[in-house]
Design a protein around this ligand. Structure first.
Ligand code: SAM
Length: 513
């Protein structure tokens, strides 16, 4: 491990990834659900990502929020070089990537930066040393505006406790293997599995090994090893209790505002009545939140902190939410009223949500307008703006649109970003997904390789017919001219599905010209 990385895995680059919870609109909604005033975003805002990796997330937000000014920082030169190249290919002019360490940023030795409305860190805080966490807090103390928000995700205790023995084994074993980190972690996993099969009592179970080894839907096997190396082999990695994070960030005058995992903000979706009653007796918010983790058992937290929590009345909060729009991000046929929440499965009232899905399938609508739909008025009941916003966004069926425009017009920056991102995936070896930006809501959506091939083909002027797009996909995939009927049919079925389902959604969100 090199000296400059202070024990952080730096011999291999991290993976690109898009995390929608870091978006300004999503963070704005997290605050409103919890009755806290968010920063205003309509007329411009300043946003910073710390530990940005390849910059995939922040670049998408820059494309989708032309009124925002974006900065992103990472100490790995390969990450910053890659991020700059991608931003240039997408023609982004409202983002700068900086190669700097958290310590340099805290001491003012890094780039000259403005004060920020939003600072986000994903997959960083529990992976770096206490000294670096202190540097992050000092940077926030200096550079977050009053009223500004911080998104910080981390591996959380006690939910992570069952996996800690395995992490320790992988970390110690890697010292015996003088190779690259991804090779070390694979060797460590082989050894751990050998011990498990030999009857070791505390190394998890079959399902855990399957999950660690298995290629997930989003990663191929090389990416999985890179992910595991960054997850398990960092010298200072340590899952954290919420109360400790709240104390550390309290030094920067930050107060916990709520969770960016939206369902966790609704007590009746996260805790049983008995658990709620027990936790009600705990008067210290950071301890109540920590003890909640003992009930929920979540191994990963996405916390939103605010510098100066401005509480707003329920009436004002509801008025702000009614003025916000929702934009559906899935085909109407996939909309569902049965959703997964921390307590298990929950069911949304069909009499309310089916008419809402019908209306949103036509295009984005203000929440206030959804509440006034004739079917909903006839159905009666106590549907609230905070429920609609949280349930639709939390179940990944819609995105919030804080400043809805009259009509959705594709933004030039969004189109340029999407063409570059789709082309990058369509021509990459083995990667399985990327994300495309929307011209509404300042956010984006994950897309599969076939969806990227569709986008790429249309961007290149391929006619919008199944035959032409399948031929384009086969060229990009280097499929042989004489590919058998079964391969051709598999590509055609998948492309046909994307044309019928994804394309209409992209058009409604202004993702494609
Ligand atoms: C697990 S990766 C997460 C990357 C990205 N946020 C994501 O989720 O895709 C952590 C990132 O933090 C960066 N990093 C680690 N320690 C750092 C430090 N002391 N200063 C600046 N960047 C650091 C790493 O280079 C890496 O890109």
């Amino acid at each position: 491990m090199s000296d400059w990385s202070a024990g952080y895995v730096s011999d291999i680059e991290y993976l690109p990834g898009f995390y929608r919870e870091q978006g300004p609109a999503h963070l704005t909604l997290s605050c409103l659900i919890n009755g806290i005033a968010p920063p205003s975003t309509a007329n411009g805002f300043d946003y910073c990502e710390l530990g940005c990796g390849h910059g995939t997330t922040v670049a998408l937000f820059a494309a989708a929020n032309p009124q925002g000014r974006f900065h992103a920082v990472d100490f790995h030169p390969a990450h910053i070089a890659r991020a700059r190249d991608a931003a240039e290919a997408a023609g982004l002019t409202n983002i700068s990537f900086h190669e700097a360490s958290f310590a340099e940023m805290a001491e003012g030795e890094g780039p000259d930066l403005p004060e920020f409305d939003f600072v986000t860190l994903h997959g960083v805080y529990s992976w770096v040393s206490p000294m670096n966490r202190g540097a992050i807090a000092r940077f926030l103390a200096k550079k977050l505006k009053p009223g500004g928000l911080v998104y910080v995700s981390y591996n959380a205790m006690p939910g992570w406790a069952p996996m800690m023995p395995l992490q320790r084994l992988l970390y110690e074993y890697s010292g015996l293997v003088h190779q690259r980190s991804d090779v070390q972690v694979k060797a460590g996993l082989d050894f751990a599995e050998q011990l498990y099969k030999a009857g070791a009592k505390i190394l998890g179970d079959e399902a855990m090994f399957g999950k660690l080894r298995g290629e997930t839907k989003a990663k191929n096997s090389t990416e999985q090893s890179v992910y595991l190396a960054h997850e398990y082999l960092n010298g200072s990695w340590q899952p954290l209790y919420h109360v400790d994070v709240a104390r550390e960030l309290g030094e920067a005058k930050l107060t916990y505002a709520g969770s960016a995992t939206l369902f966790e903000n609704y007590p009746d979706l996260s805790l049983t009545p008995d658990q709620r009653a027990a936790l009600d007796s705990i008067g210290v918010p950071s301890l109540r939140e920590t003890f909640k983790d003992y009930c929920v058992g979540r191994p990963f937290r996405r916390d939103v902190f605010v510098r100066g929590a401005r509480r707003i009345s329920v009436a004002k909060r509801d008025a702000m939410l009614r003025d916000m729009a929702m934009a559906m991000i899935i085909p109407r046929a996939d909309a569902r009223t049965t959703i997964q929440v921390p307590l298990g499965e929950a069911t949304l009232e069909a009499k309310h949500y089916e008419p809402i899905f019908d209306a949103l399938a036509e295009g984005p609508r203000r929440i206030g307008d959804l509440m006034e739909l004739p079917e909903i008025r006839r159905a009666g009941g106590n549907l609230s703006a905070v429920e609609i916003a949280g349930m639709l966004t939390g179940s990944s069926q819609a995105i919030p649109v804080p400043n809805p425009p009259e009509t959705v017009t594709p933004l030039p920056g969004v189109l340029a970003h999407n063409r570059a991102a789709a082309n990058e995936l369509a021509t990459s070896e083995g990667r399985k997904s990327t994300a495309l930006a929307a011209s509404i809501g300042g956010a984006g959506l994950h897309v599969s390789t076939m969806e990227a091939l569709l986008y790429d083909g249309l961007g290149e002027g391929v006619p919008e017919t199944l035959d032409a797009l399948v031929a384009h996909a086969m060229r990009r995939l280097d499929a042989p001219e004489n590919a058998d009927d079964a391969s051709r049919k598999a590509i055609a079925d998948s492309m046909g599905w994307c044309m019928a389902n994804s394309l209409p959604v992209w058009r409604k969100l202004g993702m494609i010209g």
